[in-house]
Design a binder for this molecule. Structure first.
Ligand SMILES: [Cu+2]
Length: 299
């Protein structure tokens, strides 16, 4: 193939390449970038964590712009064709070494301030209005409202369970909230600080509702704690999953939390208490955690 033929083909290919580049750029411009970022969630802590994430993100953007800006400017301005010569005084320069060590240390120290503040708030279990003990089992969750005489198991909803069986013939797409629905959802009040005491009966599980911004392992023999306070106006249903590989049905122990207004929650709690009393359900009142954590609803 002659040089001219190759050249002609390259020239014809160029508009096509430019067109496809524009097509890619157009799709990038119309893409839903919201799906790439961390979600803000619906709790005090999730918003604080999101705020911290965005702060650090923009710091990183600024650092990237400065570093790459200086780099690109230097490469263009001091290129060899312009007669630039390497400055050999910068090799093993103590001054430069100190500058590029002290600046990153300063940045890390500045980043540590808002981070430590958020971490301390995450660990602050004071002023709790409601204590719920969450126990992970292969493969279900148990919720115990400490001091409220209410406890129940929460397992995968029957329609999801039937559809997931091998050869069930049921199209999972026809099942609403497939593998993300349970028979007995956890019900909590909005606007109340709730402490979850997480433990497990058999293997390690992890209780995770992404919208709450908190995830922690539920370990047999240990009690881990997290707190959640859903914004008063964020009443609704939130879904999560076990986040620790806990055995063959790990993917079939979802979490569903119904966040109700305080009045609706109280009504639900009273109905549940009456129902459990009637059914003779004896919550584990002798549990050390129950006696250590008297629960009252503060509103
Ligand atoms: Cu699990």
């Amino acid at each position: 193939m002659s040089f001219h033929m190759k050249n002609a083909r390259a020239r014809r290919g160029l508009p096509a390449a430019v067109a496809s580049l524009f097509a890619v750029l157009a799709s990038v411009a119309h893409a839903d970038w919201g799906g790439l970022n961390m979600h803000e969630g619906v709790t005090i802590l999730s918003r604080k964590i999101y705020g911290l994430h965005m702060t650090i993100f923009w710091w990183c953007v600024a650092i990237g712009v400065v570093v790459f800006g200086v780099m690109i400017y230097s490469m263009v301005k001091f290129r060899k064709s312009q007669g630039a010569e390497a400055d050999k005084t910068l090799v093993h320069s103590t001054k430069v070494e100190i500058v590029w060590t002290v600046i990153p240390i300063g940045i890390l120290v500045l980043m540590a301030v808002p981070t430590a503040k958020t971490l301390i708030e995450i660990e602050d279990m004071g002023n709790v209005g409601l204590n719920i003990k969450v126990t992970g089992y292969q493969w279900k969750w148990e919720y115990e409202y400490l001091g409220q005489n209410v406890s129940f198991f929460s397992t995968l909803k029957r329609d999801s369970n039937e559809a997931r069986q091998l050869g069930s013939g049921i199209d999972p797409k026809t099942v609403p909230n497939y593998l993300l629905d349970v028979d007995n959802p956890l019900v909590v009040p909005a606007g109340t600080k709730i402490r979850f005491l997480l433990t497990a009966q058999d293997v390690i599980h992890a209780w995770w509702v992404p919208a709450f911004g908190m995830k922690k392992d539920a370990i047999p023999g240990y009690v881990n704690e997290i707190w959640v306070q859903v914004d008063a106006d964020k009443v609704g249903t939130y879904r999560g999953q076990c986040a620790e590989l806990c055995g063959q049905d790990h993917g079939f122990m979802p979490i569903v939390v119904e966040v109700k207004s305080p009045a609706e929650y109280d009504a639900w709690l009273r109905a549940k208490q009456a129902e459990q009393k009637l059914a003779g359900v004896a919550p584990n009142a002798s549990s050390a955690i129950a006696s250590a954590a008297p629960a009252t609803i503060a509103q």
